[in-house]
Design a protein around this ligand. Structure first.
Ligand code: ZN
Length: 332
């Protein structure tokens, strides 16, 4: 029966129904997340139910009878009806790849020291070729202006390293693979400081919220002369830090335009909107529809991006009928 259910994103699902989970530590193997065993209940002193993320399977470290493949039963044991459980599993279908399983958390100081060891991406012809092929007509300029780097060997090799900065200082970085690999983005995990957004430059009048760092870089390079500044979500886990940083950026802009990838679930957009509206906001927010030919802003040629955004913005002033993400939410 569970074969007919797509594999859910357990992390998002459990966040939604407020079930604590862990993805590291004792009894938690790569490729699994653990929760308090729903069969052991209060007899489970910690998190002994291990749930596979890539296939429908679970196993309890306390009681080997608590194992199986019927993932619906995990949810029903938490007090949901069968129908509710099926609905939840369908709501939280996994989008994209499995999360990185081999997080190696380092301190902020260590992260800053490590970043300084990376080399300027402008010296890596493979990266220049890659950026050019992704629609950046002046890859050297992009490397310099946005401080892109690379490492010739080790864990960070074969990736364009994109700095995540706060107040001009390194917070973390994310590496976009420029060779085919399972994990397109690899991000440095910094202890006690999870959850950030990527803004290639400071806020301007119009903030454009995009999904990935490369989308943000593309929008930034295309709008250098315009009152536009992009910010990338860099993930779908809207934890407190990420929301705080996103709000910090957006509150300095007047207009918020959400240009999310085609195929992003309405739930995801809604979750973000709700998270952002808590605490108020300073401008108007709108869903910025992608031109039909493109799946995300990163696919768009730079010469198309400026007119796309300014055209929509102009439409807002001309009282056309833009699709509101949160209608009439101007702070009073
Ligand atoms: Zn158990």
């Amino acid at each position: 029966l569970s074969d007919t259910i797509p594999q859910p994103d357990w992390r998002r699902l459990f966040d939604h129904i407020r079930v604590p989970w862990i993805d590291r530590g004792k009894n938690c193997k790569q490729g699994n997340i653990n929760i308090k065993c729903v069969w052991c209940g209060d007899h489970d002193p910690s998190m002994h139910l291990s749930i596979a993320e890539a296939m429908p399977a679970y196993y309890c470290y306390r009681n080997p009878d608590h194992k199986g493949h019927n993932i619906v039963s995990i949810i029903t044991r938490l007090g949901y009806s069968y129908t509710e459980a099926r609905t939840l599993l369908n709501q939280f279908i996994r989008i994209g790849e499995l999360p990185q399983q081999t997080k190696q958390s380092i301190t902020l100081d260590a992260a800053r020291a490590k970043w300084e060891q990376f080399r300027p991406a402008i010296h890596n012809p493979d990266i220049l070729d890659y950026l050019y092929s992704r629609g950046f007509p002046e890859p050297e300029l992009v490397c310099l202006r946005y401080d892109l780097r690379f490492m010739p060997y080790g864990r960070w090799s074969h990736r364009v390293l994109i700095p995540i900065k706060e107040n001009g200082r390194i917070l973390s970085w994310t590496g976009r693979a420029y060779v085919p690999t399972e994990l397109r983005y690899l991000t440095q995990d910094v202890s006690d400081n999870e959850g950030f957004v990527y803004a290639p430059r400071g806020p301007r009048r119009i903030a454009v919220v995009v999904e990935g760092p490369l989308d943000a870089l593309k929008v930034a390079s295309a709008t250098e002369q315009l009152p536009i500044s992009p910010v990338a979500l860099t993930g779908s886990n809207y934890n407190d830090n990420r929301i705080r940083r996103l709000k910090g950026f957006l509150q300095l802009a007047e207009w918020w335009l959400f240009a999310l990838d085609r195929g992003v679930s309405a739930i995801q957009v809604n979750k973000l909107r709700i998270a952002l509206e808590i605490g108020g906001k300073s401008g108007y927010s709108f869903l910025l529809p992608l031109p039909t030919a493109f799946g995300d802003p990163g696919e768009m040629p730079v010469e198309v991006i400026g007119p796309w955004i300014t055209g929509f913005y102009g439409g807002l002033h001309g009282n056309s009928n833009p699709p509101p993400l949160a209608a009439n939410t101007r702070k009073t």
